[in-house]
Design a protein around this ligand. Sequence first.
Ligand code: HEM
Length: 213
Amino acid sequence: MSDPKKYSIVRYTPGQRINHWIIALSFVLLAASGLAFFHPAFYWMSNLLGGGTWSRILHPFIGVVMFVCFFLFAIRLWRFNKITKKDKEWLSNMSTVLKGETAGVPDADRYNGGQKVLFYVLVILMLGLMASGFVMWREYFSHLFGIELVRLASLLHAIFAFLLICVIIIHIYAAIWVKGSVRAMTRGTVSPGWAWKNHRDWYRRIVRNPDAE
Ligand code: HEM
């Protein structure tokens, strides 16, 4: 058989993959240091950034890195995440999808309905974390706001962070569960079989026009 690499479909450019992994690494560092601030039981996690003081200094800056990289990535992917009638149908068939069956489930484009919903949840949480984090950032900004607002921002920041951790656990689980997906973000390519099975409308678009994204 000829080289299977010849039959790979490009899903992410190297720039997009680097960007995504900067977001993922920032997320891990932020979650660990954030949990260390949240409860003494997690304080040991502050070691990842060199202890409590360094965590306090670095956490907000890493937050800005994650926010900027996320939006650079999200802006490029926005047009593929518009929710269509087919996506709504896909979402109403969620229980079938979770059983690993395909009967009655409409074909997905580059992203399925679940991925698109997750995308917008991420956008909302990122905006919420950035806005509340800005109000709480003692070194530079929190003196601009009243104590009540800083307290409210701290509460919201913790809620948004908790939700982001839950959503990212689902994101990672789905990436592993749908075999062949992680490769899209490591090597940048997927097999035609993966595209046909999971994103048939996208596959059809690529076959019609190999330059389509
Ligand atoms: C170790 C952690 C992570 C793993 C293993 C992972 C894995 C992946 C994989 C495999 C894809 C490609 C899915 C596809 O093309 O169908 C993807 C896409 C994506 N990831 Fe991650 N990811 C991780 C962390 C994150 C984090 C922390 C964020 C943001 C806070 C994130 C945001 C995204 C977005 C926005 C997409 C594109 C999906 C879309 O546009 O609907 N990922 N990820």
